[in-house]
Design a protein around this ligand. Structure first.
Ligand SMILES: [Fe+2]
Length: 283
């Protein structure tokens, strides 16, 4: 175990997607683990839940959510958290993650992962909410760094410092998305290596790697392609600090065959093993 929460390195996984349900059930491919989009299974039954039960029976899973809205000023939605906790119990999920963002305010949901103002006030506010959520869920929450296209003029702290201090103050885990770091560094003009090096490595329990769409003036986080070499380089840099940590390849648009997504995910092993072989981590 390399993280302070003693959460396991599940290996290299992919997201559980509807288009792959049939093949997964029929062929039981040797995939290390699946990330489950929580919202797809919270208010459903029938085939989706049947498939999820089958998958959770055979593979390790972790839950990944998009609607906790941890940075919002709206009240925490404990009805949602209750359903999330039950889904985690049902699937024996190794952890629950969501994003450092807000998705709406005053009861309105934009269904977008909106960037937060990085201020001392927002830091105190969010840390308090993360602690409440963790108390309710009775497990650490892993927060993911978002990709963003705009920033608040009011921000007084860098995103990486905000994330690092939030993790310490709330005693939560982190899901480090190295593609998001790259996307935001391009869009906002910061050095992604500085970001990676500032993250408290012992709190990282999972990585995301993904592809994006470069529009020249800006990058859109589409999850629709292979990852570029610069993103894998950030993964190597981060992994050298964290040691063996569960890794997930995200492919959510123009999803190809399962074998293609899995092959892309498996590239992560090539970026992990050299570190291990040199004994960097004593493993
Ligand atoms: Fe991600």
């Amino acid at each position: 175990m390399f993280n302070r929460f003693s959460l396991p390195d599940l290996g290299v996984g992919i997201g559980l997607r509807t288009v792959h349900f049939g093949e997964i059930l029929a062929k039981k491919p040797p995939i290390d683990w699946f990330e489950v989009l929580s919202e797809n299974f919270l208010d459903t039954g029938g085939r989706p839940l049947y498939v999820l039960d089958q998958v959770a029976e055979r593979y390790p899973v972790a839950l990944h959510g998009v609607s906790m809205s941890i940075g919002s000023t709206d009240p925490i939605d404990f009805a949602y958290l209750g359903k999330l906790k039950e889904l985690a119990r049902r699937t024996r999920a190794h952890w629950i993650s969501d994003h450092l963002c807000w998705t709406g305010v005053m009861g309105r949901n934009t269904h977008d992962l909106l960037p937060m103002p990085y201020t001392e006030e927002a830091l105190r506010h969010t840390a308090g909410r993360v602690r409440q959520v963790q108390d309710f869920l009775e497990r650490p929450l892993a927060l993911e760094n978002p990709s963003s296209y705009v920033e608040f003029a009011a921000s007084s702290i860098s995103e990486w410092e905000f994330l690092a201090r939030l993790a310490e103050d709330a005693d939560c885990a982190l899901l480090l998305d190295v593609n998001n770091v790259y996307v935001s560094s391009f869009n906002h003009g910061f050095d992604p290596a500085v970001y990676i090096d500032a993250i408290p490595a012992d709190r990282v329990v999972q990585f995301h790697v993904a592809g994006h769409t470069n529009k020249g003036t800006h990058i859109i986080d589409t999850h629709s392609d292979h990852a570029i070499p610069e993103v894998w380089e950030l993964y190597r840099r981060a992994w050298a600090r964290t040691g063996p940590t569960a890794t997930l390849y995200e492919w959510d648009e123009d999803i190809p065959e399962l074998s293609v997504v899995h092959a892309e995910a498996l590239l992560a092993r090539g970026h992990r093993e050299p570190q291990r072989a040199t004994g960097t981590h004593g493993a």
